[in-house]
Design a protein around this ligand. Structure first.
Ligand code: NAP
Length: 280
């Protein structure tokens, strides 16, 4: 029997970490795409303790750097001929305007452009598997702001609109995947995990403000296990969630900017042009 393979970004912390632990018995092999290999090695040991029969491969990948994404995808393509389920989970919040190495606004680069390129590169492997599944971790933040040109190098920026647009981008990616590949058997789900107490935004906010805000909000947040559950449910029930937006496990209608299909077309076409790709 062919071994079943899960590939996931951002497994070293938060929701992704919760998800791989919960899914430790669901696949024969896990490809952990991590920018920090030390954290990846600790996680690998923990997973092997939970399931000694699992095969775990650590792949270095910084999603904010196009060359790193291409290198990670090449490494995977050289070693494997299929991926049953690709989970685009990694994401970040930046409280100041920062540029990626490639010159893009950092949240757009990390949360959208890198995952778009990775998905493009790995899609043939996903389509070559039996399950053919892609999960995109978006966010309810997609409602924060409409997409606006220039898409990837904005002149004006606030953290809220910047994060919202990057997550709207991930939602458009999921919709585009569904539209183009569902007839060929691809099952795509966009997930909003809810408000979860993770590391997101905590590394790069001003210490006093950040700690105070998170201290106040923490009791209202979900635990990692609860937050991971929406990914886990989508992975475990591909048919139920295929083509849908899962709002904390509930299939929900996509509203506002999320259903601006004309803008989605423009945005996806601009991404393809930027990355010099003919199609997703
Ligand atoms: N927490 C929430 O309330 C919430 C709500 C809605 C959506 N989300 C989404 O859920 C996803 C997971 O976030 P989280 O809350 O679990 O945050 P987290 O605890 O900060 O985990 C984020 C993960 O992404 C990785 N990552 C960050 N930047 C990266 C880069 N440049 N290249 C590769 N990996 C990178 C991190 O790696 P390191 O371990 O090396 O830092 C970590 O593994 C994100 O897409 C986020 O937007 C979260």
């Amino acid at each position: 029997m062919t071994e079943t393979i899960l590939a996931i970004t951002g497994p070293t912390s938060g929701i992704g970490r919760g998800a791989v632990k919960a899914l430790v018995n669901d696949f024969d092999r896990m490809l952990l795409l991590a920018r920090n290999l030390e954290k990846g090695a600790v996680l690998k040991a923990e997973l092997l303790e939970l399931n000694p029969d699992l095969h775990v491969d650590l792949i270095e990948c910084d999603l904010s750097v196009l060359a790193s994404v291409r290198h990670a995808a090449e490494t995977i393509k050289n070693r494997f001929d299929h991926i049953d389920c690709l989970v685009n989970n990694a994401g970040m919040v930046s409280t100041s305007k920062e540029k990626s190495i490639d010159g893009y606004e950092l949240m757009m680069a990390t949360n959208y452009i890198g995952p778009f390129l990775l998905t493009h590169e790995l899609l043939p492997l996903v389509m070559n598997s039996e399950r053919k599944q892609v999960i995109v971790v978006s966010s309810g933040a997609y409602k924060f702001a409409p997409m606006k040109r220039p898409f990837f190098k904005p002149k004006r920026y606030t953290p809220v609109t910047g994060y919202g647009r990057s997550k709207l981008g991930t939602l458009y990616l999921a919709q585009e995947l569904h539209e183009q590949y569902s007839r060929k058997g691809l099952k795509t789900t966009a997930v909003h995990p809810g408000m979860v107490s993770t590391n997101i935004g905590k590394n790069n906010v001003s210490q006093s403000v950040g700690t105070f805000v998170f201290m106040l909000l923490d009791p209202f947040f979900k635990t990692l296990e609860e937050g991971a559950q929406s990914i886990v449910s989508a992975v475990q029930q591909p048919e139920k969630y295929a083509g849908f937006y899962s709002d904390e496990g509930e299939i929900a209608a996509v509203k506002q900017y999320g259903s601006d299909f004309k803008m989605r077309r423009e945005f996806i076409d601009a991404t393809l042009e930027e990355l010099d790709l003919e199609s997703l």
